[in-house]
Ligand binder design. Sequence first.
Ligand SMILES: Cc1cc2nc3c(=O)[nH]c(=O)nc-3n(C[C@H](O)[C@H](O)[C@H](O)COP(=O)(O)OP(=O)(O)OC[C@H]3O[C@@H](n4cnc5c(N)ncnc54)[C@H](O)[C@@H]3O)c2cc1C
Length: 435
Amino acid sequence: MSDKEHIAVAVKNRASNKNKVIVIGGGPAGLMAAEVLIQGGVQVELYDAMPSVARKFLMAGKGGMNITHSEPLDTFLSRYGKRRAELKPMIESFGPDALREWVQGLGISTFVGSSGRVFPTEMKAAPLLRAWLHRLREAGVVFHMRHRWCGFCNEKNNALRFDTPDGEVIAHADAVVLALGGGSWARLGSDGAWVALLEQRGIAVAPLRPANCGFDVGWSQHFSEKFAGHPLKSVIVSFTDAAGDIHTRQGDVMITVTGVEGGPVYALSALLRDEIEKNGSAVIRIDLVPGKDLNRVMGEVDHPRGARSMSSHLQSRANIRGVQSGLLRELLDRADFDRPAQLAAAIKSLPVRLIAPRPLDEAISSAGGVVFEVMDEHLMLRALPGVFCSGEMLDWEAPTGGYLLTACFASGHHAGRSVLDWLNSGLRREHLSVG
Ligand SMILES: Cc1cc2nc3c(=O)[nH]c(=O)nc-3n(C[C@H](O)[C@H](O)[C@H](O)COP(=O)(O)OP(=O)(O)OC[C@H]3O[C@@H](n4cnc5c(N)ncnc54)[C@H](O)[C@@H]3O)c2cc1C
């Protein structure tokens, strides 16, 4: 359907339907729910605490927005780990292909990068968001910005309280979609304050925890001052879990003031975080020179070095310099740094002990959220009929690679559809409806 056709359908449907749905949270999940709802012919009012919507989505677009992934659907679904089963129907109904088509429908083409990740052509979120908001407004979605949801105002669930610059506002709806995000990057709007509001109503929420995050190591001041901000290029990071399975990822690891971050660390972060929670620390091993085997490294390190220091020998024979060399010095005993066998083994498999994940606010995403067991398969809270949840506020996690946004869009889409079905079905409990 073209943009004009989308809008015409929405306007026509709405004229004959008096149901009003409130969506709270204008990130990708809430906006997608709003789109499905307005096309389904109900009146849609979207509330957000911030002065403008989708700030995290825009931030995601700054580093080259990775909207989804092109790998086979089965592999794609495996990225959601133990929540695969719950997310499967949503992603089968609005998954990577549908998402790319939808982006195309906004006049933005996508391309598949060498890693299989899918990006909008300009790698940015802003043009997509602009076109999308224009379409939503034209179709009739009403936006209320600077409206912070602060709970339900009665024993029922259809009257909602909002803090606004002009004082408290109470709004009523026939159904509500919550799309309040996770708990990271609070300055962009999703601060996790909703957790207490739902818990007060007896809704079980798994604690929000950092996902796709960096970790603290506790560097010496000297190493931190000299190497924070330096990347270890194209290294292999591995972690052996309690069952003895080895998980490896290759990419750039960034040295931070307190520890490490970057693609391979984020990809392993759920395992590492869980290991730290269980045992107090987690040890990763870094292969600093994936292109060379141990024998070759041993030959280079063991080559006669005359009067040269080990550091300058490493630089000239093995091309190990700068941050790589500094890291070996930081983590190896002084004596081992001068012993070829120990040094070569460390270059190929340097143990780095991680002592804590970085705080939730710094993480790319959150684990935890509204547990699936308190919702039906339509994402409606069993204890609060007419209230649906979607996006990162649900209890799932996934690595970066487009899986986060895809699940947010898919669950927003599913929540929107489910609300329409619920409003049109006999399941709706009339006593919950106030004008
Ligand atoms: C730096 C960074 C880069 C990222 N890059 C990628 C990427 O490339 N690919 C990818 O797949 N994912 C990426 N992500 C993750 C992705 O952006 C999020 O998973 C996604 O935005 C979550 O969508 P959401 O709609 O669930 O919540 P959010 O986008 O967080 O939106 C929630 C909305 O709810 C509003 N809100 C919260 N509480 C209230 C309240 N009480 N009252 C009213 N409104 C409220 C907030 O203001 C916000 O607008 C990135 C995240 C970050 C931080």
